[in-house]
Design a protein around this ligand. Sequence first.
Ligand SMILES: [Fe+2]
Ligand SMILES: [Fe+2]
Length: 287
Amino acid sequence: MLCSDLFFELINPRAFDMRLLFLGDVMGRAGRSAISEHLPKLRQEWRLDFVVINGENATNGAGLSGDHAKLLFDAGADCVTLGDHAFDQKEMLGFIEREPRILRPLNFAKTAPGQGARLFTAQNGRKVLVTQVLGQVFMKRAFGDPFSAVDLVLRNHPLGGQADAIVVDMHCEATSEKMGMGHFCDGRASVVVGTHTHVPTGDAQILPGGTAYLTDAGMCGDYNSVIGMEKAEPLRRFVTGMSKGRFTPAMGEATLSGLFVETDDQTGRAKTVRMIRHGGRLQAAIP
Ligand SMILES: [Fe+2]
Ligand SMILES: [Fe+2]
């Protein structure tokens, strides 16, 4: 750090705030390419302290391979969360045990490998707790109660105590369940952000207790698609009720989609929240 930078930080308390970026589900090669191309530069330009990426669809739309996990970390991720597709790539069953920066859902299954919550140390030395849970409404499988699971983690890691910032990735289908989780964590987490639907919502806000909230981060993928998949097969199934082929990720230029949050270092609560859209077809938004 230059002396002038240090002086600037000493006289400007905002410089001590933590700057977090959360990016939604990375969808196939298009999403991976956009992360590799843009994230290293954004990490510098936006002076990001900590980056979380949802990687549950990064490998051919289904799960995450070890190589693709490395690609996300090399591009600038500090933590990669998964989702209901956590172990679609079978190698992740072993890989996650060797790579603690990858989190699977807290309530996935009692015997699942890996962790669902972890306290990370950011580059600036501050502690960031990240956790992910699966919802129960309209999901393909019955998962355990996400509210009691998150409650236990938050009780064990109070914001402003062990954790300087806390990020909760609420991975589920229903907007109501995501909003419920936002209010459930309000004042106890820095950020509650939804993933899984691959379509960004426009309701970024700071809840009354100080938690930054967005119902869904959207995907990092090609938006000329049906939630990241080439249009032909989903359309065929909707129109005819019959399938003919497999779903394959759309390969056009991807948009990075997610959430930028600045937190107050004293309290861990959010001071600023902005939706992020960068590159590809969606209209851009920046911090
Ligand atoms: Fe999912
Ligand atoms: Fe997904």
